[in-house]
Design a protein around this ligand. Structure first.
Ligand code: ATR
Length: 285
């Protein structure tokens, strides 16, 4: 038996548009070297339409691919494809989005590791989540994906704040209908500019950093811990809370956390997330 049959290369891709900036290949290669696996992990550009996306996924898995990550703008399209051709995890169902695809029982299986990746990062940081009074700012896809994992982690009262308050109300009702775990939880909503007082944890799940605007935060809005889900953008949001004594984090650890969960689902190997984070931070500097 040759070395290749003992340890064949496993193939992975991340599909997105744009995709050239993706750090996923470097992250997964690091996990693979930690685990002693030989992998190929490629960025896969795809035209922005559902048919092209479906064709890419089918060709990849028909060709023996082991796992695909999915990023903007295809997470909802991936959800629809896995729902139609295979099955979905509970987290993917509630998020309405898929970031991780694998083959299970000879069919596509869609999972979503984004929200759990965020929660795992906060746990690694030592942030207290049990009974925490939490506010999430934003009511789009990023907020939707994190609500179930946060409730499963044991948080207390949850407030959804959004520029358009009706979207926050709609999200709360939709998720309560989709999940009994969420339905049993107290969720209130308000407009972002009216979010006031002290919280244990505030999470920015808006896409505001992409627009260059800043969120209208009340001067008396404070929190012990504050997380910005977006990595690599200007941080006036975090500065507001640093000035008021909070511990803060951006989304770099979440990026590694969601990748680690995908890698573990695909390969069965456990990732040393702290070791990988240190190595990736060192290589980024
Ligand atoms: P995603 O899937 O990345 O969450 P989305 O569904 O477009 O993207 O949602 C973007 C979120 O960022 C929404 O909560 C949006 O607020 P609205 O629902 O009021 O649109 C919020 N957002 C985007 N740009 C914003 C801005 N300039 N000010 C405040 N909130 C903003």
């Amino acid at each position: 038996m040759t070395q290749d049959t003992l340890n064949p290369t496993q193939h992975f891709i991340v599909i997105g548009n744009p995709i050239a900036h993706s750090k996923s290949p470097a992250i997964h290669q690091l996990f693979a070297s930690q685990s002693g696996l030989t992998i190929s992990y490629q960025r896969q550009y795809c035209p922005d339409d559902a048919q092209s996306f479906q064709a890419v996924v089918e060709a990849f898995f028909n060709g023996g691919g082991v796992g695909a990550n999915v990023t903007v703008p295809f997470k909802q399209v991936a959800y629809a494809q896995c729902q139609a051709q295979g099955s979905l995890s509970e987290h993917a169902k509630v998020a309405g989005a898929v970031n991780t695809i694998l083959i299970k029982d000879s069919a596509l299986y869609g999972d979503n590791t984004d929200g759990q990746g965020l929660v795992n990062h906060m746990i690694r940081l030592g942030w207290p989540l049990t009974d925490a009074r939490v506010a999430i700012i934003g009511a789009g896809g990023a907020a939707r994906g994190v609500i179930l994992p946060l409730i499963e982690a044991g948080i207390g009262a949850l407030t959804l704040a959004n520029r358009t308050e009706s979207r926050a109300q709609d999200l709360a009702s939709e998720l309560s209908a989709a999940s009994s775990v969420i339905n049993n939880h107290k969720i209130t909503s308000c407009e972002t500019s009216k979010l006031t007082g002290d919280f244990d944890l505030i999470i920015n799940a808006t896409s505001i950093g992409l627009t260059g605007d800043t969120l209208p935060l009340c001067a008396d809005l404070t929190s012990g811990y504050v997380y910005d889900m977006m990595y690599g953008r200007e941080l006036p949001f975090l500065q507001h809370f640093v000035a008021r004594g909070a511990q803060v984090s951006n989304g770099f650890g979440m990026l590694i956390g969601q990748a680690a969960l995908s890698f573990e689902r695909w390969t069965g190997h456990t990732v040393d997330v702290d070791g990988a984070t240190t190595a990736l931070q060192a290589s980024a500097n």
